[in-house]
Ligand binder design. Structure first.
Ligand code: ADP
Ligand code: ZN
Length: 302
């Protein structure tokens, strides 16, 4: 059986076709401009694919930038809500796709999607509790708790926890909402503002990554204390600086200060890890969202 997948990002939309094993058979990237321009191109991709009855997709999964409404009982379920990307504010993306394609549509955050991909086919397989953090243009986190993706009232926003500026930091928090939050101090744009160059051009500047690892280490300590994950997966553009991994593990050890003393923390190189699916974790997670939605709908008898 085949499934459609959409990884909806602020700059591009990745559409793909996958099978029940997460194998990607086809994919395409479409720029994110306005719903009026972008959505018809997405719909056309899936419609064209469906013209051949032999490889028709049975459901679609959408892993979406946010904030989004994930509450199935809400009037605005399936909407992108208060996003700073104004063209997409209060946009009913799930309704539009269901309406135009006539198939079940699964929906979750982009980061929960990536975590689901890792939990199904990647390095979080077999775990019940894990975190996927992306450190890129922003910082977002997906959380799996007791085997389920965590939504709560809305969905977690791990990038906006307050962590406090370090005295060694010559820069400032760039989040428009918060004074000292994780994203505002440690995402790509804050690195660029603080040091005057893009992260990719700062590879050999030790002080850049020492400060970055401190901030990430502090945040991960908070997440371990509050969510008790069995593994933490780090993805996103900034994490392409692979030298960060050992530095982050060291910072985590410093801030944990021996307080949490679980077996998994004895092997930090297996506890704080890079994403394992060649940057396909998001689109593979969207395939799993489609599989799960079909399952859900058949259980509730739709
Ligand atoms: P997005 O978050 O928009 O989906 P990315 O995860 O690629 O996209 O993140 C983009 C951010 O990551 C930018 O701020 C960019 O400067 C930074 N970045 C991308 N590649 C690298 C790199 N190799 N090293 C450091 N920073 C990087
Ligand atoms: Zn913030």
């Amino acid at each position: 059986m085949l499934f459609g997948a959409l990884e909806a990002g602020g700059t591009k939309m990745v559409v793909a076709i996958g099978d029940g094993n997460g194998k990607i058979l086809d994919r395409k990237s479409i720029p994110t401009t306005t719903p009026e321009e972008t959505m018809p191109l997405i719909e056309e991709y899936f419609r064209e694919w469906n013209q051949n009855k032999d490889h028709e997709i049975k459901a679609l999964g959408v892993a979406c930038f946010g904030p989004i409404d994930l509450d199935r009982n809400s009037d605005t379920y399936g909407y992108i809500t208060s996003t700073p990307k104004t063209a997409w504010k209060n946009y009913n993306i799930v309704g539009e796709l269901k309406d135009k394609l006539g198939i079940p549509v699964g929906f979750d955050t982009d980061v929960n999607g990536s975590l689901l991909g890792e939990a199904t086919w990647g390095c979080a397989r077999g775990l019940t509790d894990a975190i996927y953090l992306t450190i890129g243009t922003g910082i977002g986190g997906g959380v799996m708790s007791n085997g389920k993706l965590l939504h709560g009232m809305l969905h977690p926003e791990l990038g906006h926890i307050r962590i406090g500026k370090l005295s060694s930091d010559p820069g400032e928090c760039v989040c428009p909402y918060h004074k000292d939050c994780f994203e505002g101090l440690a995402a790509g744009p804050s690195i660029e503002k603080r040091w005057g160059k893009k992260g990719v051009e700062l590879k050999d500047e030790a002080k850049v990554w020492e400060l970055e690892a401190e901030y990430i280490g502090i945040a991960l300590t908070d997440f371990v204390m509050t969510l008790s994950p069995q593994k933490i997966i780090l993805g996103g553009g900034v994490m392409h600086q692979e030298q960060l991994f050992p530095m982050i593990r060291q910072a985590f050890e410093k801030y944990n200060a021996g307080y949490i003393n679980a077996d998994r923390l004895k092997y930090l190189d297996e506890y704080i890890v890079p994403a394992s699916l060649n940057d396909d974790q998001g689109i593979m997670g969207a395939i799993k969202l489609a599989i799960d939605e079909l399952d859900y709908q058949s259980h509730i008898g739709l």
